[in-house]
Design a protein around this ligand. Structure first.
Ligand code: 9D3
Length: 252
């Protein structure tokens, strides 16, 4: 899979190109990326990529033409995939959307906005989809683009050792059970006995209970979703009844 990224700040992407799982997956040829600076597509002396908003208001707006020229240049190099832009007003990124993009196995063009935003005419004519990563304010689209790349790449078959990413929390619908490692006692705090027992059936049962308990406590909305998707077993419902006799998770 290839990402062509339109950005004024390519160094930010070293977080995904040069570090960890995503870096190794890139070295092994599972994905690649190239960076395009819209400033290099400008023709004026000042290499202008932004201008003041018509109608007034604070800040600057990214001009349509340098972005359009950049996407045209990317297309000319053979990337015929979808154009995804990032903005606080975009549609929230989900595990479902990430999996769809992995399954499509197509190249992607990413447009990272800076300043107050991007001229709407570029969005209307070049961009297929606008994504937000949540209701908080960042300085631009680069970190959301890194987030999307990281989320996609780690799901590409072969990117991580685990047999499957299907048993991760958002696929099972519940949060992870707590994790422990050596030492067995740390500052007088022991690891739960069951994890030291070697009894794998009991360990799995314990993890499922802890997962249900923790999800009910911090993300009751996820328990309700798991319920509606039929992801809970009879044993799960017995546990939930014990943890939450009033069935509060059904009311969230
Ligand atoms: C919502 C704030 N906007 C109107 C007051 C101004 C504005 C703030 C920050 C416009 C753009 C930005 C830069 N943010 C992004 O480009 C961005 C973003 C984000 O800030 N939060 C969550 N997801 C994303 S995706 C792109």
């Amino acid at each position: 899979m290839r990402f062509d990224v339109v950005t004024l700040f390519p160094e930010i992407f070293e977080a995904v190109t040069e570090q960890g799982i995503t870096s190794r997956a890139r070295e092994r040829g599972l994905w690649s990326c190239a960076f395009w600076n819209p400033r290099e597509q400008t023709t004026d002396a000042h290499r202008t990529v932004d201008d003041r908003p018509f109608g007034g208001g604070p800040g600057m707006v990214m001009m349509a033409e340098p972005l359009a020229q950049t996407v045209d240049a990317i297309r000319a190099q053979g990337n015929h995939g979808r154009v995804i832009s990032f903005a606080p007003s975009g549609k929230r990124l989900t595990d479902k959307r990430v999996r769809e993009l992995v399954a499509a196995n197509e190249d992607i063009i990413l447009i990272c906005g800076r300043y107050e935003g991007i001229d709407q005419r570029f969005l209307d004519t070049y961009v297929d989809e606008v994504i937000s990563i949540g209701d908080f304010v960042l300085s631009g689209g680069e970190l959301p683009a890194c987030t999307l790349i990281d989320a996609i790449v780690r799901q590409i078959p072969g990117a991580i050792k685990q047999l499957s990413t299907d048993d991760e929390s958002f696929a099972t619908g519940l949060l992870d059970a707590p994790h422990y490692t050596r030492p067995e006692v740390w500052r007088e705090l022991p690891v739960p006995d069951v994890l030291m027992s070697g009894h794998h059936a009991n360990i799995e049962k314990w993890r499922r209970t802890e997962s249900l308990r923790f999800t009910l406590q911090t993300r009751p909305d996820l328990v309700k979703i798991a319920d509606s998707l039929g992801k809970l077993s009879k044993a799960d419902y017995r546990e939930l009844k014990a943890l939450d006799p009033e069935g509060n998770y059904l009311k969230t």
